[in-house]
Design a protein around this ligand. Structure first.
Ligand code: FES
Ligand code: FE
Length: 449
């Protein structure tokens, strides 16, 4: 659409066309230009501990089987029979030696190879079964056990795509000796909102906390510092970090907080894997949240579900799955350091579910607000008038915060929550991918900030 081509000008001014949040044409292009060409999160290796373990996943709207073969290799297979296209895997997760198609009975090993074809001798004497394996995502790579797939065979490697942002990811995923592991199964729920709504929110929308989540603050089960009052210095916003952003909320004092993990968990932290600067950030932290473009987000946080019980740290990992221009399936995995006791894992799971699970105290607030944006975006009025949204908070002379000098991490850090720089970073990256430009070219056109 025309408005996409003119977006460089909008972004420079901190504006965004409202229609990007609910437009069929944009959505169809996103599936092809973004989801079919980016590293898309599939799942964590700890979800498939044994050979044959599998789980259904999606890339964009395409169904894939995330499976550990009998050879121990993790693959991402298209869930479509090579005979006449039926889905060979019909259950959400489980363990299987083979997938047998419910249509005519072709069966595939858990490595994807075609193993059995009914009436082979009578009907397919010449069939070379080695040529009829299930299709595989051409690229599958992992980082700290997080498995991503890319449908573009020519894409740069996962590590190259994460680039400088690894500095921040390492703080979340490498602190503990055994790394982070998934507890239970991921929860999924539908929301009538665009997938970008959640993805941009996790880039650092701190200012919504005081409003959207006010009831949770009033009940008193969250530290007000964790909520990051706009204008107060409760940590940092980092934007323009290789096209990604992160929000870091901390306590003002020098107390060790580590997202409220108890000593029984922090004793396993292997601090040699992180630099002094990374450790210093982790030590005072209450919340870290960020998004790896396009739709993978994390929220590292310490919370409680009752004033009478101590806060517990956990890491929520999310995927904002596109299901239509105004529809998203939210996936939520809860992770904790591997060495934590079973009791602590149960407690962290409980706190995670009660806060950001499908019926969580925070989650219900967000999913009440986001559908309104999708409705506004679908209005004829927005189309006729090319309505623009305001993403100007903290941009240029709008804000009082200046970039932190001597910041030891990558990206541009600002010591204020009164900014939408992280969200602007997300939309610059989006604009670059949608128009096929290098991020550096877009940054040259739009500017940093
Ligand atoms: Fe799968 Fe025919 S479509 S066996
Ligand atoms: Fe929220």
């Amino acid at each position: 659409p025309d408005f996409l081509l003119a977006m460089g000008d909008d972004l420079r001014q901190g504006l965004l066309p409202l229609r990007v949040f609910n437009n069929q044409q944009i959505y169809d292009a996103e599936l092809r230009r973004i989801f079919a060409r980016s590293w898309v999160f599939i799942g964590h290796e700890s979800e498939l501990p044994h050979p044959g373990d599998y789980a259904m996943r999606t890339i964009g709207e395409d169904p894939f089987i995330f499976v550990r073969g009998h050879d121990g290799v993790v693959r991402v297979l298209l869930n479509a029979c090579r005979h006449r296209g039926a889905q060979v895997c019909r259950t959400e997760m489980g363990n299987a030696k083979a997938f047998t198609c419910p249509f005519h009975g072709w069966s595939y090993r858990n490595t994807g190879e075609l193993m059995g074809v009914p009436v082979k001798n009578e009907g397919y004497r010449q069939l070379d079964t080695s040529k009829w394996s299930l299709f595989e995502a051409p690229r599958v790579e992992s980082y700290c056990g997080l498995v991503f797939a890319n449908l573009d065979p020519a894409a740069p490697s996962l590590e190259e795509s994460l680039g400088d942002y690894k500095w921040y990811l390492d703080i979340q995923f490498k602190l503990s000796d055994g790394g982070m592991v998934v507890i239970g199964e991921p929860h999924r729920w539908m929301v009538d909102a665009n997938w970008k709504q959640g993805a941009e929110n996790f880039c650092g929308d701190s200012s919504h906390t005081q409003m959207t989540h006010r009831s949770v603050l009033d009940v008193g089960i969250v530290d007000r510092a964790a909520a990051g009052s706009p204008g107060k210095k409760h940590g940092f916003h980092v934007h323009d970090c290789n096209g990604y952003a992160i929000s870091i909320r901390q306590v003002d004092d020098t107390a060790e907080r580590f997202w409220e993990y108890p000593p029984e968990v922090t004793q396993h932290f292997n601090t040699r894997r992180l630099s002094e600067a990374q450790l210093a950030l982790a030590r005072r932290s209450l919340v870290h949240n960020g998004t790896v473009f396009p739709n993978f987000s994390f929220l590292h946080i310490g919370l409680t579900d009752s004033k009478d019980r101590p806060a517990a740290g956990y890491l929520s990992v999310r995927a904002w799955q596109p299901r239509g221009p105004g529809r998203t399936e939210i996936w939520n995995w809860i992770m904790v350091p591997k060495e934590a006791s079973e009791e602590y894992k149960r407690r962290a799971y409980q706190v995670g579910m009660s806060s950001f699970g499908p019926s969580g105290s925070f989650e219900q607030d967000d999913v009440a607000v986001w559908p309104g944006v999708a409705r506004s975006a679908a209005t004829v009025f927005a189309e006729i008038n090319n309505v623009k949204l305001n993403y100007q908070m903290g941009l240029g002379d709008m804000g009082t915060a200046t970039p932190v000098t001597g910041w030891e991490g990558p990206g541009v850090a600002v010591q204020s929550n009164a900014g939408e720089g992280g969200l602007r970073t997300f939309h610059k990256t989006w604009y670059a991918r949608m128009t096929g430009q290098e991020l550096s070219a877009v940054e040259a056109e739009v500017g940093h900030g």
